[in-house]
Design a protein around this ligand. Structure first.
Ligand code: ADP
Ligand code: ZN
Ligand code: ZN
Length: 730
C-alpha cells in the first residue's frame, strides 16, 4: 500500500475503548477533525467521528472510509475536548461518549440542514353546524374544534390540529368549503420589562454581570425569593454582547410556565427535552450551533448542545437528581456545566433553595462564590412548621385527625391544600390476613404495588404488570388486604372525607401527558379551595399562590433510609414541598407526619433552616470520610447468574488491592474498598446485582486506581459499569 495515503483516526459508537484507523481513498476529500464519517466496521457500516485527520504512524493495513458526511465539524473543538475529558473522568469509551453527545438523528447520519421554521398558522371555525356524512374526518375535525376548544377567538393553532390527529388535507378541504378560515396574524405581545430588583437581587445580578471570564456562582435563595428574576437580569450583558445562553432545568420543571417566563422577557427561545421528535431536536441543536438561537432551555442532555458563542450557563435547582444520568454514561450535567464554563471562559450560575452539599462545600473551600437571597420577594412570609407525632394514632386514609381538622380550617378560609406522598398507586402491599404472604414481583426483590381503576398489580422497579390475585398464593384461603397508602388510596379517602371539595391527584399515572397536567394545573391556578395530593411532581418548580397548607404525609421513609445521602435528600424535599405554601399574600403552614417526631434531622431543619442543616451534615460527612470531601465511585455488576456477578467484583477488588500494595504511600493515601455487597435492589428484572464501593482520599488517587482496571474482557452474560460520583450510592 503506498505510504502517501492519508490515515485518519475514528471513534466508533461501540462500547470499545480503542480508536480505529482508516485511510482516505484518493479523490475523496479529507474530513475535518470532528466531522462524521461513514466507515466499515466488522460486518456493518457505522457513523463515526474523525478525531485525528493526519495520523503519522497509522497501521499499514487500513480500510478505506466510505463517505465523509460533514464539510464542517459536527462536533466542534470545545465539545470534542469535553468528550475526551468525560471519557477519562467517567472511564467510558470515547466513541460512546460522542454518540451520547450527538442527537440521534445526527448519529444516524442525517444531513445538517436547517429547515425554515413553519409559519405558525391559526384557523377559525366559520360553520360549527357543518355536516357531511360522507367525509367523517371533516365532520370529526369540525366537532373537535367546536368542543375541545372553547374561547379560541384568535383561532386554533394548526400545530394543535395536527397533533390531535387530523391531516393538512382535511384542513384544506374544509377551507375550500368555507368551513375554516385562516385567522388574522396576531401581533406578538410586547416583551415584559424587568422587575425592580430587591437589594439582595441587585447584588447577585451585579456580581454575575461584573464577572469577567470563568467563575462559578451559587445563588442560594429561599423558595419564592426571585431567583428567576436574577437569572433573567444576569443574562443581559451576555445577550448584548451577542452571546448565547444555556439554561438547564430539572426534567420535571420544564413546564410551559417555566418557558413562558423566559419568552415573555426575551421572545423566542429554544427548548430541548425528551418529548421532542428526533428531527425537532436536531433542528434546535443546529440552530444553537449556527448561533441563530440565542437562548436554549433544556434538561440534562442539553449540556451537549454546540453553541457558536456561549456567554453564560445557568443551572436551576442545581441539587436536582435528574441532572445525574443513572445509566449508560453516568454523567452529571451540573458538573459538566462547570467544566464547560471553564473551557469557554464564561460564568456559570447555579441556583437552588436547597443547594447540594457538593456545591456548599465548594463555596466553603473558595471555589464557588456565594450569592444569597434570604427573603421572599414581594414580602410574602416564610411558612411555619408543625410536626405530627403519629405514634399510637389511628389514621384515616393515612391522615391524622389533627391534620384532617386543619385541612378543614384551611379550606373554610378559602385556602388550597397540598398533600405530598411519595407513593403512587393504591397500596404498596397486598397482604394475606391469615398467613402473612405478600404479593411480590417474580423477577425482582420487591413487592408489587396495587393499583385501582384499572385494577392491576405493578412492579415499580421493572414495570411488570400482573392481574390482582383473588386468593393467597401460599395458604389459598386468607383474605387479601391492601396495606399502606398510595396516592390513589389517599385520594379515595379524601373524597369521602371532603365530598364537596375538588381533589386533584397529580402523579405519573394521572399526568401521562403534558396536556393532562396542564389541565389540572389550570384549575388549581383559578384559586378555588381544593386539595392536591401527589408525588414529587407536585414538590418541584410549580407556583401555587393560593396554597396555605402543605403536609408531608410520611416523612419516615427518608428519615430511616441507610443511604448516606438520605438526610440531604429528605431535607431538600421537605424544604421544597414547604416552599409551595404561602407564596402570595397568605401565610403558609407546613405539617409533617412522622413516627419519629424527635428525629434530630427534623429538629435541626426546622430550627436552623436548610443552611444550618447543611453545615452540620457536612461536618458529619467529613467525620465519616464521605463525599463531597472524599470522592466516591461504584463498580456495579449484574448477571442472571449470581456467582458470576459477585466473582467479577471480587476479582476487581483483589486486583485493585494488589495495585495499591505495589504503590508507595501509607494506608491513608489508599483508596478504601467496600464490598462486593448485593445492591439495595439485589435482584431486578431477574438479574442479580452487586456493587463495590471505592472511597478515595483525592480525585487523582481515585482516577489512577480506576485507570488500573483497564478494560477487562467479560462474558456476554455479565454487565458491569463504573459510576463516578454516584448519586444513589447505597
Ligand atoms: P424562586 O425561583 O426563587 O422560587 P421566583 O423567581 O419564582 O422565585 O419568584 C417568586 C415570585 O416573586 C414571582 O411571582 C416573581 O414574579 C416575584 N418577584 C421576583 N422578584 C421580584 C421583585 N424584584 N419585585 C417584585 N416581585 C418579584
Ligand atoms: Zn419487578
Ligand atoms: Zn395466606
Amino acid at each position: 500500500m503506498p505510504s502517501a495515503l492519508t490515515v485518519i483516526r475514528v471513534a466508533v459508537p461501540r462500547p470499545l475503548h480503542s480508536l480505529y484507523d482508516y485511510h482516505v481513498p484518493e479523490g475523496q476529500e479529507l474530513p475535518l477533525v470532528g466531522a462524521r464519517v461513514r466507515v466499515p466496521f466488522g460486518n456493518s457500516r457505522v457513523v463515526g467521528i474523525c478525531v485525528e485527520n493526519d495520523v503519522k504512524e497509522g497501521r499499514i493495513e487500513t480500510k478505506p472510509i466510505l463517505d465523509v458526511i460533514d464539510q464542517e465539524a459536527a462536533i466542534p473543538a470545545t465539545l470534542l475536548d469535553l468528550a475526551q475529558w468525560m471519557s477519562q473522568y467517567y472511564h467510558h469509551p470515547l466513541g460512546e461518549v460522542l454518540a451520547t453527545i450527538l442527537p440521534s438523528a445526527a448519529r444516524r447520519g442525517s444531513a445538517f440542514e436547517i429547515k425554515a421554521l413553519p409559519i405558525a398558522r391559526r384557523w377559525l371555525l366559520k360553520q360549527a353546524d357543518f355536516k357531511n356524512p360522507r367525509a367523517t374526518r371533516q365532520e370529526a375535525l369540525v366537532q373537535w374544534l367546536g368542543t375541545a376548544v372553547t374561547e379560541a377567538t384568535d383561532g386554533v393553532p394548526e400545530e394543535a390540529i395536527l397533533k390531535a390527529g387530523f391531516t393538512r388535507d382535511v384542513i384544506s378541504r374544509l377551507v375550500d368549503l368555507g368551513v375554516l378560515e385562516a385567522a388574522p396574524e396576531i401581533e406578538p405581545a410586547p416583551l415584559q420589562q424587568p422587575l425592580d430588583p430587591t437589594p439582595a437581587q441587585a447584588d447577585a445580578i451585579k456580581a454575575v454581570r461584573d464577572s469577567d471570564g470563568f467563575s462559578i456562582f451559587l445563588l442560594e435563595g429561599v423558595t419564592g425569593s426571585g431567583k428567576t428574576e436574577v437569572y433573567l437580569q444576569a443574562m443581559a450583558p451576555a445577550l448584548n454582547a451577542g452571546g448565547q445562553i444555556l439554561v438547564l432545568v430539572p426534567e420535571i420543571a420544564l413546564t410551559p410556565q417555566t418557558l413562558a417566563r423566559f419568552e415573555d422577557r426575551f421572545g423566542r427561545t429554544g427548548m430541548i427535552h425528551s418529548g421532542l421528535t428526533d428531527q425537532q431536536r436536531l433542528q434546535t441543536w443546529l440552530r444553537c450551533k449556527s448561533g441563530e438561537l440565542t437562548i436554549l432551555i433544556g434538561t440534562r442532555s442539553a449540556i451537549f448542545t454546540p453553541f457558536a458563542k456561549l456567554g453564560l450557563i445557568i443551572v436551576d435547582e442545581e441539587h436536582d437528581s435528574s441532572y445525574k444520568q443513572q445509566e449508560g454514561l453516568r454523567y452529571s450535567a451540573r458538573d459538566l456545566a462547570a467544566k464547560r464554563a471553564q473551557q469557554e471562559d464564561i460564568p456559570l450560575l447555579l441556583g437552588s433553595a436547597t443547594p447540594s452539599l457538593e456545591s456548599i462545600f465548594n463555596v466553603q473551600r473558595g471555589r464557588y462564590r456565594h450569592l444569597l437571597l434570604a427573603d421572599r420577594a414581594g414580602g410574602a412570609s416564610m411558612p411555619s412548621y408543625h410536626i405530627i407525632d403519629l405514634r399510637g394514632q389511628t389514621l384515616h386514609g393515612g391522615l391524622a385527625s389533627s391534620l384532617i381538622q386543619t385541612i378543614r380550617e384551611h379550606l373554610a378560609a378559602s385556602g388550597q391544600v397540598l398533600l405530598y406522598l411519595n407513593r403512587r398507586g393504591y397500596a404498596p402491599t397486598l397482604l394475606c390476613q391469615s398467613c402473612g404472604w405478600q404479593a411480590v414481583c417474580p423477577d425482582c426483590d420487591a413487592r408489587l404495588t396495587l393499583h385501582r381503576t384499572p385494577a392491576v398489580m405493578i412492579c415499580h422497579h421493572c414495570a411488570l404488570r400482573l392481574e390482582v390475585p383473588n386468593h393467597c398464593e401460599a395458604c389459598g384461603q386468607g383474605a387479601l388486604l391492601p396495606l399502606g397508602q398510595g396516592t390513589q388510596r389517599t385520594e379515595d379517602s379524601l373524597a369521602s372525607l371532603f365530598p364537596d371539595v375538588p381533589i386533584h391527584r397529580i402523579d405519573r399515572d394521572t399526568t401521562r401527558t403534558n396536556r393532562q397536567l396542564n389541565a389540572q394545573l389550570q384549575q388549581i391556578h383559578e384559586g378555588q379551595p381544593c386539595i392536591m395530593v401527589g408525588t414529587q411532581m407536585l414538590a418541584k418548580g410549580h407556583h401555587f399562590p393560593s396554597v396555605t397548607l402543605v403536609a408531608v404525609l410520611n416523612a419516615d421513609a427518608g428519615l430511616l433510609s441507610p443511604d448516606f445521602r438520605a438526610p440531604e435528600r429528605t431535607a431538600q424535599l421537605i424544604v421544597q414541598v414547604a416552599g409551595r405554601a404561602g407564596r402570595a399574600a397568605k401565610p403558609g403552614q407546613v405539617w409533617i407526619q412522622s413516627h419519629q417526631p424527635d428525629n434530630p434531622l427534623l429538629g435541626r431543619l426546622i430550627e436552623d433552616g436548610y443552611a444550618g442543616f447543611a453545615k452540620t451534615e457536612l461536618e458529619s460527612r467529613s467525620l465519616a470520610g464521605l463525599p463531597p470531601m472524599h470522592p466516591m465511585a461504584l463498580l456495579r455488576a449484574e448477571a442472571e447468574n449470581q456467582a458470576l456477578a459477585q466473582a467479577f467484583l471480587a476479582n476487581c477488588k483483589a486486583h485493585l488491592e494488589q495495585v495499591q500494595v505495589a504503590q508507595e504511600g501509607g494506608p491513608e493515601a489508599r483508596v478504601k474498598l467496600y464490598g462486593p455487597v448485593p445492591a439495595p435492589m439485589a435482584r431486578l428484572a431477574n438479574r442479580y446485582r452487586f456493587q463495590l464501593m471505592l472511597i478515595a482520599p483525592s480525585r487523582n488517587t481515585l482516577h489512577r486506581l480506576l485507570q488500573s482496571l483497564g478494560h477487562p474482557r467479560v462474558p456476554a452474560a455479565l454487565r458491569w459499569s463504573i459510576d463516578v460520583d454516584p448519586y444513589d450510592a447505597l
